[in-house]
Design a protein around this ligand. Structure first.
Ligand SMILES: Cc1cc2nc3c(=O)[nH]c(=O)nc-3n(C[C@H](O)[C@H](O)[C@H](O)COP(=O)(O)OP(=O)(O)OC[C@H]3O[C@@H](n4cnc5c(N)ncnc54)[C@H](O)[C@@H]3O)c2cc1C
Length: 409
């Protein structure tokens, strides 16, 4: 087949974890799908705490078994107020056993996750891989036309923009983005330690942001240390020995002696809310659709829910003979994702602001809120379940039936 002029039901642009997942899930429905993404090794050392439904999705897509060697179960999550302020919250412990689960999910390094997704994508006959990048994306009446850096032309009835924060697809769709820089940066690196983590993830809340220790297989943890940008610069410049001492001090030595592993990265933090999640035959998944700071491990978990919901909606549309890029289908996707993305972005922003606030009443409300969650079983269990996935999450297929029913009435 001449790759120069190919037409697809769906073209996924961008091969990060959200795009790869969407491409696999769509191809598995039988939709004629292309993945337009450079085949490059994953380049940073981030890990992802994948919660409940995300692991279920990766299992269904035959990806999860390939991640197991690099994944550690997360059984307990501890929140520790390390602000040193006059009014401090009590320690809160969330235990998966309390809501009848063996674990909340797993922490897996992104390199392992992306390699597993790539391996699965390569097995699917319905998925055409185009190892290239989009340079022009033009929504037309019946298709979106894409030209690649190597001058190939593709067209798709639906395009999935999974091209991250500086999304070309989002620009092409004409979607405005509300962005707020947080004046915080996250430093990520991994450590070895002398005491076992016992599958407990510990989040120290400092006045500049959380510092989180998330279990990895063996006596290792990944660290996400959120702090002021110039402090992050200073930490980046430390030697391994100096950073090992700094992180052991920040952890209050709960993991014993800590040794920093080679490799560290820094991420400036921001909140990004595109005004729409789908427009002009283009639907967005992952960070092109929402960017949140790494609090409560929500970012990619939301991105995987985007991919899952979009797949359900496209599968149903194709089975009814509908155009997958039509305004009606995009509207169903936007309706399915609206509440999840809006409420999580709001909650994460609020949690972050309340941590950074020097205003005593805000500190008091925050401490009281955490005290109530820690002390009242049903509230704590509700918080745990909502943290895993929104209980009220619409079933996109049911939603579609409503919509169809509505239009027939
Ligand atoms: C410090 C930190 C810790 C985090 N921890 C967690 C966690 O524990 N749990 C969690 O759920 N989330 C977490 N997140 C969020 C998570 O990392 C992101 O949500 C996720 O990596 C975003 O994936 P993505 O596929 O949307 O975007 P990306 O990974 O940015 O992928 C976008 C891809 O598109 C490609 N691309 C761009 N333009 C084009 C083009 N024109 N043509 C073709 N390809 C293109 C890029 O090269 C890239 O490969 C964390 C984030 C940070 C910063």
């Amino acid at each position: 087949m001449n790759e120069a002029f190919m037409t697809f039901d769906a073209i996924v642009v961008g091969g990060g974890p959200a795009g790869l997942t969407a491409a696999i899930a769509l191809a598995e429905t039988g939709a004629k799908t292309a993945l337009l993404a450079r085949r490059a090794p994953y380049s940073d050392n981030r890990t992802t705490a994948l919660l409940g439904a995300s692991v279920d999705l990766l299992e269904r897509l035959d990806v999860w078994r390939r991640c197991l060697d690099g994944a550690a179960p997360l059984k307990v999550m501890r929140l520790v107020d390390d602000t040193g302020r006059l009014i401090r919250a009590p320690e809160v412990r969330f235990t998966s056993e309390e809501i009848g689960l063996d674990q909340f999910g797993y922490n897996v390094d992104n390199r392992t996750l992306v390699a597993a997704l790539e391996a699965r994508a390569a097995e699917l006959a319905a998925l055409t891989r185009v190892d290239d990048e989009a340079t022009t994306v033009v929504p037309e009446d019946n298709v979106v036309a894409i030209v690649t850096r190597r001058d190939k032309t593709l067209s798709g009835r639906l395009v999935i923009g999974s091209d991250g924060r500086q999304s070309l697809c989002r620009e092409a769709a004409g979607i405005e983005v509300r962005r707020r820089d947080l004046n915080q940066a996250a430093l990520t690196f991994n450590i070895g330690h002398s005491r076992p983590h016992r599958n407990i993830s510990t989040e120290f809340h400092t006045p500049h942001g959380p510092c989180v220790f998330v279990p990895l297989p063996g006596d290792r943890c990944s660290v996400v240390w959120v702090t002021a940008p110039n402090e992050a610069e200073r930490l980046m410049a430390l030697s391994d020995q100096e950073l090992s001492e700094a992180i052991e001090k920040q952890s209050h030595s709960i993991l014993g002696r800590t040794t920093v592993e080679p490799g560290r990265h820094k991420f400036p933090l921001a909140i990004e809310r595109p005004v729409q999640i789908a427009k002009n035959r283009i639907a967005f998944v992952g960070e092109s659709a929402h960017v949140v700071p790494p609090i409560g491990a929500q970012g990619l978990n939301m991105g995987l829910r985007d991919a899952a919901d979009l797949t359900d909606i496209v599968r149903d549309a194709l089975s009814l003979g509908e155009d997958p890029g039509s305004p009606q289908v995009l509207h169903r996707y936007a309706s399915a994702r609206r509440s999840d993305v809006a409420t999580r972005t709001f909650a994460i922003d609020l949690a972050n602001r309340s941590l950074l606030s020097n205003f005593l009443p805000v500190q008091t409300v925050r401490a009281a809120g955490l005290h109530l969650i820690g002390a009242i079983g049903p509230l704590r269990r509700l918080a745990m379940r909502e943290g895993l996935a929104p209980s009220w999450r619409a079933n996109p297929s049911a939603h579609q039936e409503d919509q169809l029913g509505g239009s027939r009435r």
